[in-house]
Design a protein around this ligand. Structure first.
Ligand SMILES: [Zn+2]
Length: 259
């Protein structure tokens, strides 16, 4: 299946095309919940709200492990992708007070995403498309989703809607381990969700700041978004809640000129 996702690529924790869900796993997604699911989700919302940041991070970490064991292939350390990504990001593993880990996923999906546990994932098709500076802007953008709490908020919502970890949330203890079906449901929720326009704008700003602070090429922000705009054709349905990539590129171009 064609998994080219365009700019949402950049945005997404959250972007798999439809049909990526795991067989047999039914969880109310953010976009469409069945009635039973909605009732259950409503009762879970309060519980999810009580989860600590650490619990949200731990759930995210477990979801990533599940993803990498069952769905996405991590580029081997010896691959050109892993080497390039390490070269670009090794110095940023503790950027801005965060504990970040970077990996390349072998995929023809033009995508990158981040989760609350500090995982930033860059897909190989995106790495083929962008030069080093452009890639660093996207990485900065993804770090922005972590630093600004967007990824954690998204995970809380997914936890609430999935109803996973009822007992843990109720008892206030960190869940030891989520089972596969729960992780599959969470992943599906997260992959189907979207960040808001304001969150995307905020992360674009963070990405540009990242380039400024690290001495990067500010023009790379605009050019990265232009490339993604061309790719998406500007009419990806999954971009519906996002600012148009070209508008984002225009904005980055303007902001890059300001000192
Ligand atoms: Zn984004």
């Amino acid at each position: 299946m064609n998994r080219v996702i365009g700019i949402i690529g950049i945005c997404s924790l959250l972007t798999a095309c439809g049909g990526q869900g795991l067989p047999g796993v039914h969880v109310g997604s953010i976009g469409g919940i069945d009635v039973d699911g909605a009732i259950g989700a409503a009762s879970e919302l309060g519980k999810a709200a009580t989860l600590t940041d650490e619990e949200v991070k731990e759930s995210s970490r477990q979801m990533r492990l599940f993803e990498e064991q069952s769905q996405e292939t991590v580029a081997p350390a010896s691959s050109k992708y892993a080497k390039r990504l390490a070269r670009l990001t090794d110095q940023y593993r503790n950027y801005d007070g965060l504990d970040i880990n970077f990996k390349a996923y072998v995929s023809d999906s033009v995508n990158a995403n981040a989760t609350a546990d500090g995982s930033v994932r860059v897909y190989t098709a995106l790495m083929e498309l962008l030069n080093d500076e452009e890639l660093l802007f996207v990485i900065g953008h993804e770090i922005g989703h972590i630093k600004n709490g967007h990824a954690a908020k998204e995970m809380r919502t997914a936890l609430a809607l999935s109803g996973a970890r009822k007992g843990a949330a109720a008892s206030g203890t960190i869940a030891g381990n989520l089972v596969s079906s729960e992780l599959g449901g969470l992943l599906e929720s997260v992959l189907n969700a979207q960040y808001s326009q304001s969150q995307e704008t905020e992360s674009d700003d963070y990405g540009l700041q990242f380039m400024r602070k690290t001495g990067g090429n500010l023009k790379a922000a605009e050019s990265a978004l232009r490339k993604l705009a061309q790719l998406s054709g500007g009419e990806h349905s999954m971009l519906s809640s996002h600012p148009e990539p070209d508008q984002r590129a225009d904005r980055m171009g303007q902001l890059a000129k300001q000192e």
